[in-house]
Design a protein. Structure first.
Length: 306
């Protein structure tokens, strides 16, 4: 996939049922309205029903195809939305006007939460001008300092997305400060270990893992020529694995400063994809995140998590 336009043009799905926790927020409702009117989702909205209906009037949405369930608080809306998904009444989940920690607490609750199939992780997908394909990155928001096994799980979560999009081969780049293994730099050592796991088929025959890779090698074929770096991954990485949250956060925010760059994100590791956007995200960014999660939810519904 080269960009979001190609992604959403080529992949069509039946409407997925989305459960939204604390839906009383205008940008969230606007994105849900857009997704509903485009035939992408059937919404089930949890929260203050009076505020939800008032906001819907302000954006000229009649919510004819919606179910609105009144809850006493944002925390209650998160619990009820999670239960809706867990009981099979919705296909995926979205955070509205509720604190992320409260939302995640409802998801991981041992008795009432969702089945957790893997390490919960955030995957950002970047559409970057002049980069030849979509770039999936992990993790810049949830897993702070992953060890080797956690990095393997982060890659596995991201692979669910590329496979759902029909990728026949996925190239993974393990980011570090330089491309040579240095025992004093754990990120380079673990990147090399992940490469060996890939060579043994640990991620599947459709996956090629390279590492360690410096950031210039990820983005620029010219840099690979200058450094005489020969790899199938040069300037063509699909999934970029960060060594830690500090690197992920810094790289992600830097990429967003490139004019024309667009980003969407989803949380993986539970039984369904989770849309976890921030208040700063635009209506379009929220809509595209809903679209992406819907595609993943459709695959899970069809063939399960693989």
């Amino acid at each position: 996939m080269t960009d979001f336009d190609q992604l959403f043009k080529e992949i069509k799905i039946e409407p997925m049922r989305i459960a939204v926790a604390a839906a009383e927020e205008v940008e969230t409702l606007s994105a849900i309205m857009d997704a509903s009117e485009a035939g992408i989702v059937t919404p089930i909205l949890f929260g203050n029903s009076e505020k939800i209906r008032s906001l819907s009037l302000s954006i000229n949405w009649d919510m004819a195809d919606c179910v609105v369930i009144d809850t006493e608080s944002p925390a209650d809306s998160a619990v009820e939305a999670v239960a809706c998904v867990k009981n099979g009444f919705a296909d995926f989940l979205m955070k509205g006007l509720v604190e992320t920690s409260v939302f995640l607490k409802a998801i991981i609750n041992k008795e009432r939460g969702l089945p957790i199939t893997n390490l919960l992780s955030h995957i950002a997908i970047f559409d970057i001008p002049n980069y030849p394909k979509l770039l999936f990155t992990t993790d810049g928001g949830m897993v702070m300092y992953p060890d080797l096994n956690q990095k393997k799980l982060l890659i596995e979560n991201a692979l669910i997305l590329t496979r759902a999009l029909g990728y026949k081969q996925t190239i993974v780049g393990c980011l570090a400060a330089k491309e040579k293994v240095d025992p004093k730099m754990p990120a380079t050592v673990e990147a090399h270990e992940l490469k060996k796991i890939g060579e043994r088929g640990g991620f599947g025959a459709d996956v090629y893992v390279e590492g360690p890779m410096a950031m210039d090698l990820v983005l620029s074929r010219d840099a690979t020529k200058t450094k005489d770096y020969n790899s199938i991954a040069e300037g063509a990485v699909d999934i970029l694995l960060f060594p830690n949250i500090d690197t992920g956060n810094a790289v992600g925010k830097t990429l967003m400063q490139i004019p024309g760059t667009r980003m969407i994100g989803t949380v993986m590791g539970a039984s369904v994809p989770i849309v976890l956007t921030s208040r700063a995200d635009s209506r379009l960014e929220k809509l595209n995140s809903i679209r992406m999660a819907g595609i993943i939810a459709a695959r899970i519904k069809r063939v399960g998590i693989k």
